[in-house]
Structure formats: C-alpha cells, structure tokens
Ligand binder design. Sequence first.
Ligand code: PA5
Length: 455
Amino acid sequence: MSIKFDYANLLKNKKIQCGVSIAEIENNRHLCDQARIRFEKEYAMNILGFHDLPDYNVEHIVSYIESIEKDYDDMVVLGIGGSALGNKAIYNSLKTVKKLNKRLFVMDNVDPLLIEDIMSQVDLQRTLFNVITKSGTTAETMSTFLIVLDILKKKCPDTYKKQIIVTTDKEKGFLRQLIKEDGYMDFIVPDSVGGRFSVLTDVGLVSSAFIGVDIKALLKGAANMRKRCSNKDIWQNPAYLNAMLHYLYMQKGKNMSVMMPYTNALYDFADWYRQLWAESLGKRYNIDGALVEVGQTPIKALGTTDQHSQIQLYAEGPNDKVISFLTVEKFDYDYKIANIFPNNDEVNYLADKNISELLLAERLATEIALTNAGRPNCNIIFPELNEYNIGEFIYLYELQTVIAGYFLDINPLDQPGVEAGKIATYALMGKKGFAEQAKEIHEYNQEKTRNGRII
Ligand code: PA5
C-alpha cells in the first residue's frame, strides 16, 4: 500500500484563513510546466541522477553483503551530511519493526565523546567500517577515518584491510588512490547524484543491506512514487502539489517548515529532511544571479513528546510555520493499556485500548488544535513502516525539494554556503593551499579580540 498525502489543512478554509486557495494553485500551474521543462533539461545534463535510482541494479551490494555477513555484527559509518543522515534514518526507521540483529553506528561528528561512545560499544574484530564521502576531502570524515585506521592497524593488523570499505567518487580523490594501494572494498557515489540526494545509492544501500533491510523493496517503493509523481495533474502528484503548497506558503511569509513524525522510528527522517530542505532551498542568489535570500527553515519535532514542549508555540506563537505530520497507520507491535484501576476515572478511560490508538488520537487531537488555531498543517500517512513506504517517502521528498527549488528559481543542487565553511576549516587547520584564507581568519580573530566584546 502506498503512502498518502492529506493536504486538506494546507488549503484555505474557514479555520485556516491564511491558507493557500485552490485558485492560487491553479493560477500557478504554469510553474509546474516550467519546472517539468527544467527537470528534463537538467536530467539530460546528468545532474538529477536520483531520478534513476529506483532502477538501480543492486546485485553487487547484495552479493558483497552475503559474502561478509557472517564475519561482522556491527557497521560503523564514517561520514557526514548526505553521507550519513540517510543511513541513520533508514536504520532507525526499521530496526524495531524488522527486529534487525546487526547494529549500525554513524560517526558523523568530530566529537571525541561520540567516537569514544561508538568505539567502546563495538567489538573491533567483528566490525566493518564504511567510510563514505563523495568528495573524498571532507575534514570530519577524513579525520575520523585516520583515527579508525590507526586503531585498526594496531589492533587488527591482519584483518584491517577487509574491515574498511570505502564509498566515494569513482575516480577522484585521495580515497580512490588509497583503494588502489590498500585494496579496500569500494563502492561508488555517482557523479550525477548530490550528497543529500544519495541515500538510494551505495551511500545508503550498503549499510542498509548490511543490517538486513530489503534494499530492493526500498527501490520498488521509490519507483512507485516516481510513477505517481510523473502525473501531470498537480492534484494527483504529491511531490508537485506539496512543493507548490510550500512555495506558496513561503510567499506568504511562512518561513518555517516543521516535520513532526508520530513515532520515534521516523524521527531521524525529519533530520534527513532538515538537510535536504535547508541545503537545497536556502540560497542567496537565483539562477540569474539576482539576490533573493530564499529558503524555509526546517524544524524537527516529535509527537507526542513535543506536544509538551513545542505545540504551545506552534498554536499560539507567530503564525509562520507549515507543519507536516508523519503518521503510521498500522504498527507491527502494540501494547494494551492494562485495566488496573477500573473505578478511577482519571485512568480508566485508557484501559483496554492499544497504545497505538492513543498515539493516533493524540496526533489527530494536535491536528485539530492547530487547525482551530488557524495553523496550516498536513499529514503524510504511512500505511505501515516498511521498506516500500520508506522508499516512497525518500523519492517523494527528493523530488519535491528539487521542484520547490525550481519554483523558487534557484539551484537546489548546490551548497555554496557549506563549501565556504569547509574552506574556512581547511584554513584553520593549516591545509596546504589555504594560506590566504588563514590570513583573513587571523585578522578576523585579532579584530574580535581588539573589540573586547567577550565578557
Ligand atoms: O549534500 C551535500 O552535498 C553535503 O551535505 C554533503 O553530503 C556533505 O558535505 C558531505 O560531503 P562528502 O560526502 O563529500 O564528504
């Protein structure tokens, strides 16, 4: 069964006065036609590779995993951003429903405590380390790689070459050179797929296959969503429709987009979405080079937990948010709430009900409360938590993000702001070729010290 998109409360109605009207969508249909033309053009330029991934032949991954699965219990991914978030999201979405036996750890920070936390939990001999970096240069990933390589060389000198796998560009970068020299098993991040769109490449599929996820079912779900999103009628096309609704809300000053899953299992997908939406749409210039400074700040929240933390703000604070709930209709596991105090009206109304019933009731209650407060909201409904629905969700949001970028007339595929930070890090850490930037940073620091604004 396919995921559903309930957009009723994104449309203008008696309660959602600030909503987008049907006429506004109809009047902007030409943007969809333009987006389709741009998509075809950029697809032909081989920069929208995510669109082909549902057809990806994954036999090389399946056979590699079959050949090593007996040897390892855990995998540690060394990567950051698009080379990490999807791996985490898939693992955490399915680990409980699928009762996954193997564990996945993601070292996506240069935090000594995170490194210690992960290294102290794994049995080194029975752990595979998957170094993922498209560019092969990212300081965070390279530094954790060097740390892990050093540990492995010392503690597992006979096996370490088999315990490291590298996922990177097919030709470029230092890691490619190392693969040749040391003979690590390697996987490829295709040129045509940007980091944050790469979860359905080897970047996310190798770790998913390792932990026991059916990666073919993931791709099947993505293929189904691709088909649904090829519909030229915007009202039947969830990616175009949600992109249009969010675009029109941005025009109305709704600069925040909250993703609020009603299950911990999907919480990391809200994190994945944060990167996708933020990096793709947050742009200073449009494609003609004019200053536009657009974007919509993605926020993650968790139902029901954040009902007791965020909903007060969402309902009564600034009306600047569009809220997307993620709901699972059917849970594979459930708990019945025991009827222990039948005569106590404070708790007996809960008795004999499934906890999932309470979860769904609270989600609906929050929707109603926000709607009554005039706050635009929608619901992405997963019939079940399984690979197929997750694959659908991934493709839906990837396409929706690109199309929203087209509506905004920006380039959703680049990330100049991220690159600027990477360059400053190289300069600060003394990388060769960055002396000029290091000098600028030194002057910046001196001026800051002179100003004496730190107390
Ligand atoms: O979406 C992107 O391209 C970025 O967020 C990258 O994923 C991130 O910067 C990591 O880059 P790399 O995979 O080259 O190490």
